[in-house]
Each structure stands twice: as structure tokens, then as C-alpha cells.
Write a protein that binds this ligand. Structure first.
Ligand SMILES: Nc1ncnc2c1ncn2[C@@H]1O[C@H](COP(=O)(O)OP(=O)(O)OP(=O)(O)O)[C@@H](O)[C@H]1O
Ligand SMILES: [Mg+2]
Length: 377
């Protein structure tokens, strides 16, 4: 029995078909069938006239096909069931009809608004006389890999932009200091000589320089490691200190501000108090800016003693963050505001990361909650 199998399987010249098996042939076939049924690669077997002889469950799943509707039909009929765009269809059919043994192609399918990436490979199938009996189209879904590649490329581009921005910011800062100093001198002289109108111009220039200076400071903050003054900080105290600033700004925009706390443990974290202030100010500023026609801003602090965590929620009743925007809000320079710089949230996230904390947005059409978590001291 063993000898017979060895002979029948090794009889022909193609070494890839030489299974060295001690098992009966029927067992090997069953194993091969099970393998085809369980591998993650899609396989479509075509005869020499490109008629579909078989497809495995992975192929049916990847291409969303019903096996009963494609087997023993032409490959063209299979393609027609995919609902492809003209170019995708042309690419796929011309590859399958003109491919040679071992040829590969990357193929993108715009499937219901989603891009799916595949590697396709045509593998010739030969019969016992070494004559071409058909082809096997092997389909590998590489979408996850491609998306990861795109993300890595985007991250490295962002890192380069960050380095350039930091370098530029640094070079802008020095001349700015000189310009500011001389403008102040000129302002004094103009004031002394009673030139009030010109003095007003200088004030505007100084204000604008102040804005540039703030922006430059933010860019440097984001891109440079900074000196932190870490110590035990009571977060209620931090919030109380910035509440007047927030209330002042909210008043101008017809927004009610409330501060609630529910603490079962001391709300103390190890942090740099000034940086924490910056986080909560940035989040409150965003919340206020999202409520153009007034609304309610709630700041809620809670300690979760069991998890050794502190939670601060900044809740607004604004317009919410559209879904397609949500994934970008932490990217540096991403903004939907005419005068925004898009640095507020990336700075918040970076500061929190340095403190072992996290930030989670939760948004709907009725408003946004920014949830900050920090480890309790
Ligand atoms: N509470 C919120 N409600 C609605 N959209 C928000 C909210 N917070 C952030 N966003 C969205 O996220 C984007 C990025 O916010 P981020 O604070 O990083 O930058 P910015 O506010 O646009 O500019 P900057 O803070 O630098 O002045 C905003 O432009 C806005 O589209
Ligand atoms: Mg902001």
C-alpha cells in the first residue's frame, strides 16, 4: 500500500507534486480539501477555458460570493457579481486572462466606499501528463498591512513636518523678541510726542506679534521635550484656579458653566500643575468654540478609587464632532476653524501621555464630552 502511493505520487516529473506520504491517497486528498477549506487565502480554481471549477470558503468570503452562483460558470460571470467599477473589472479580467504561471498583481477594490487591497497570484495547474489543466487564482487580503504602511508613512511625514516646524519656530522667536522690544521703544516716543493714532498702530502690531509668539511657543511646546515640575497636585485646586478664566470667556458667548465633583479619594495626581491647567484650558476653549449660539459647559471631576484613577469630563452642548473628523482631531495642525492652529488637542494628548494619562473623545450631534483620565497619586 505504501509503495503504491509513493509510486503514484512521485511518478510524474513535477517535483512540487511529490508528496512523500505514508498514508493512503484518499487521506491526503481529504487533508488537502480540509486545508483549502480552512486557509485564510482565497483560492479560485479555473479550467483552461477560464470556467470556475471550484472556490474555497475564504475566496467566497473575501469577494462576498455565493459558491452556488459561480461554480461551473465563466470567470466573467463571477466578475459581474462583484459590482466592480469599470477600471477594477478591466484590471482583474485582463490579469486573469493573460497571466502566466506565478504572475502576481496588487489590486484595489473600492467596495461600498471602502478601499480593500489584495495581492492576486495565478498558479498554473498541470495534469499527470504535465499539460496545462487550468489555473488557480490565489487571493490574499492585504488591506490591514496596506493601511498600516500608509499610517507609518503618514507618521514619518508628520515627524518631519514637526522637526521643520520646531526649527522654524525657534528661528522666528529670536527676531520677534527684537522687533517687540524696538516697537515698545517707538511706542513710548510716539506717546511722548502726542501721536496717539500712530501709537494705536503700534499697539495692533504688538498684539499681532503676541499672537505669533504664542503660536511659536505652542509649536515648540509640542515638539521639544520640556522641563516639567512634577509634584503632587490637587486637581480640584487646579480647576478652581482656571474656572474664572473659563467663566469669563463663557460669559461672552452666553454659555453657562458648572463645576461638579464626586470624590471618594483625594483627587491628587503627580503632575506639573501649569501643564494640567493648559490641558483643561485647551479643552474648555474648544468646548466654548463649539457652542456658537450659547449652551452649557459642565466640568465634572470624579475619583475612581478602585482603579486608582481620576476622571475629568469637559462636556459641551455644542455641534459635536462629525465622524470623519473624529479620527483626525489629535493630528498636529488639523483644524476646522478659520483661526485655529490645530495644536490644542495634540498638546493635551502629549502632556497627558507624559503623565501616564489618556484622553477619550465622545461626541454626538448634541455635544461632545472630552474625558481625561489620570492615575491617582
Ligand atoms: N468640543 C469640541 N466640539 C466640536 N469639535 C471639536 C471639539 N474639540 C475639538 N474639536 C475639533 O477638533 C479640531 C482640533 O482641535 P484643536 O484644539 O487641536 O485645534 P483648534 O481648536 O482647531 O485650534 P487651536 O486649539 O490650536 O486654536 C477642531 O478644529 C474641531 O474641529
Ligand atoms: Mg483648540
Amino acid at each position: 500500500m505504501i509503495n503504491m502511493n509513493m509510486k503514484s505520487l512521485t511518478d510524474h516529473a513535477d517535483p512540487s507534486c511529490q508528496y512523500l506520504t505514508f498514508y493512503p491517497m484518499i487521506t491526503v486528498e481529504r487533508m488537502a480539501a480540509q486545508m483549502m477549506a480552512n486557509i485564510h487565502l482565497g483560492v479560485i480554481v479555473l479550467d483552461e477555458c477560464s470556467q470556475v471549477l471550484e472556490l474555497n470558503p475564504a475566496a467566497a468570503k473575501l469577494l462576498r460570493l455565493d459558491r452556488a452562483r459561480v461554480v461551473y460558470r465563466s470567470f466573467e460571470e463571477l466578475v459581474a457579481q462583484l459590482g466592480l467599477q469599470a477600471q477594477e473589472k478591466e484590471q482583474l479580467t485582463s490579469f486573469v486572462y493573460s497571466a502566466w504561471d506565478g504572475q502576481e498583481m496588487d489590486w484595489v477594490w473600492h467596495d461600498e466606499g471602502e478601499e480593500r487591497y489584495f495581492t492576486l497570484r495565478m498558479q498554473a495547474l498541470k495534469n499527470y501528463e504535465q499539460r496545462l489543466a487550468g489555473y488557480m487564482l490565489v487571493i490574499e487580503d492585504i488591506t490591514a498591512l496596506r493601511l498600516l504602511e500608509l499610517q507609518v508613512r503618514r507618521n514619518s511625514r508628520l515627524a518631519t513636518i514637526g522637526q521643520i516646524a520646531a526649527g522654524t519656530a525657534h528661528e522666528i522667536r529670536n527676531p520677534l523678541t527684537a522687533i517687540k522690544g524696538f516697537l515698545q521703544v517707538i511706542r513710548h516716543k510716539l506717546k511722548d510726542s502726542g501721536q496717539g493714532k500712530e501709537c494705536g498702530y503700534i499697539d495692533i502690531m504688538l498684539k499681532e506679534i503676541g499672537r505669533i509668539s504664542n503660536l511659536v511657543g505652542e509649536i515648540l511646546l509640542l515638539s521639544k521635550p520640556r522641563q516639567t515640575d512634577l509634584r503632587a497636585v490637587n486637581v480640584i485646586k487646579v480647576l478652581r484656579e482656571i474656572l474664572p478664566i473659563i467663566k469669563n470667556e463663557a460669559l461672552l458667548h452666553n454659555i453657562d458653566v458648572s463645576f461638579e465633583k464626586s470624590v471618594s479619594a483625594l483627587p491628587v495626581v503627580i503632575a506639573d500643575g501649569e501643564m494640567l491647567k493648559q490641558v483643561f484650558l485647551n479643552l474648555s476653549k474648544n468646548a466654548i468654540e463649539a457652542m456658537k449660539r450659547g449652551g452649557k459647559l459642565s466640568i465634572r471631576l470624579a475619583t475612581m478609587a478602585e482603579e486608582r484613577q481620576l476622571q475629568v469630563e469637559i462636556i459641551d452642548s455644542g455641534s459635536g464632532i462629525p465622524e470623519e473628523v473624529q479620527e483626525k482631531i489629535f493630528e498636529p495642525f488639523f483644524t476646522t476653524k478659520e483661526n485655529g492652529t490645530g495644536l490644542g488637542l495634540p498638546i493635551c494628548r502629549q502632556i497627558l501621555m507624559e503623565l501616564g494619562g489618556t484622553i477619550e473623545p465622545d461626541s454626538s450631534e448634541t455635544g461632545t464630552t472630552m474625558r481625561v483620565y489620570l492615575p491617582l497619586a
